[in-house]
Design a protein around this ligand. Structure first.
Ligand SMILES: [Zn+2]
Length: 332
């Protein structure tokens, strides 16, 4: 293998570049960066989207901000891993995440700042929120710079993360939103930390979204099938992560990827139970329902699909020209 062109760059940049040599050898024209808080979020929120774009030849990079050390362990024989016992859940979940990413076809994955840099902050309102090691307590600039390195290396046209409420309010999801937006802004400023690589502007930023009509459909199916509650509530209004349909800008309808999403969810064995809502919905409505993932455009210009009944976008890269600002034959 030829020596990497970026070995001259300072710390952080260099070790990442070296580990990504194969990726850098042949840079795809279109590149997608997903910024997630914990192992399993990539599958839950974006599994079908990631697999869809991998199959389309897009360069897909997933950044996970914590190792999910404080997740609840749903598997009894692994209960000893929990944070209040041996505190080894993070290590275990790294393996689950690696399996899930392999199923989705994602070969470029990084932990923000390196594995173990930021710890899971726990659910909102728990004492772990104040842990100085936690992602929620991280210095915003330092955490953003850990992502600036990735943005300037990968040079994604599209970035996907959470809304400012963190979807359902988890402090790590809120922090992921903050860090992702701050990093995208800083990465575009040439005078900001030139040691972290040449400036890059992300063209479109999306937030994962669950539209009301979609959740209502799922809720109705579960209730009709015998009164199962969705995520522990009876009314859609009680779900904190619902967004109104007219706030949604984009849908990725990748029914052909639904089985991979289910398999990736299953790989997160300690977190996702086999009889959970995803599997119930796939059973009741057909697995294709899980292939549909929704987004709100939070930065950039939406280019609606004229064929879509609600005039939503059906491609995260819609409007991104061939390939505006993309490299012409490798990195500088
Ligand atoms: Zn999460």
């Amino acid at each position: 293998m030829r020596p990497h062109r970026r070995v001259g760059h300072p710390v952080g940049w260099t070790h990442i570049a070296q580990s990504r040599t194969a990726y850098a050898e042949r840079v795809p024209d279109r590149r997608l960066l997903a910024v997630h808080a914990h192992p399993d979020d990539e599958a839950v929120g974006t599994g079908s989207t990631l697999a869809h774009y991998v199959d389309a030849g897009v360069g897909v990079t997933v950044v996970t901000c914590t190792a999910g050390e404080l997740g609840e362990v749903l598997v009894e024989d692994l209960a000893h891993l929990a944070a209040d016992r041996t505190d080894r859940l993070g290590e275990h979940r790294q393996g689950e995440l690696a399996d899930a990413l392999a199923i989705l076809g994602v070969s470029d994955h990084r932990y923000l700042g390196g594995v173990g840099r930021y710890r899971d902050s726990g659910m909102a309102g728990t004492p772990a929120n104040g842990d100085p090691r936690s992602f929620a307590q991280a210095d915003l600039l330092a955490a953003a710079d850990d992502l600036v390195v990735v943005i300037r290396e990968v040079r994604p046209q599209v970035m996907v993360t959470y809304d400012p409420r963190g979807g359902y309010g988890h402090p790590d999801h809120i922090q992921a939103n903050r860090v992702a937006h701050y990093a995208a802004a800083l990465a575009a400023v040439p005078s900001h930390r030139p040691d972290l690589g040449p400036a890059w502007t992300v063209s479109k930023i999306y937030w994962s979204a669950l539209p009301r009509s979609y959740v209502e459909q799922g809720m109705r199916a579960l209730v009709d099938a015998g009164g199962t509650r969705l995520f522990g509530v009876d009314r859609v209004e009680d779900l904190p992560f619902i967004v109104e349909d007219d706030a949604v800008t984009t849908v990725i309808d990748a029914g052909d990827q639904a089985e991979r999403k289910l398999a990736a969810l299953r790989a997160h064995r300690t977190q996702v139970s086999d009889d959970g809502p995803f599997f119930a919905l796939a059973e009741l409505l057909g697995p294709h329902v899980l292939g549909r993932e929704f987004y709100r455009l939070a930065g950039g210009v939406a280019v609606a699909d004229p064929g879509h009944p609600l005039q939503w976008e059906t491609d995260l890269f819609a409007g991104i020209g061939e390939p505006a600002g993309a490299p012409s034959g490798g990195h500088p």
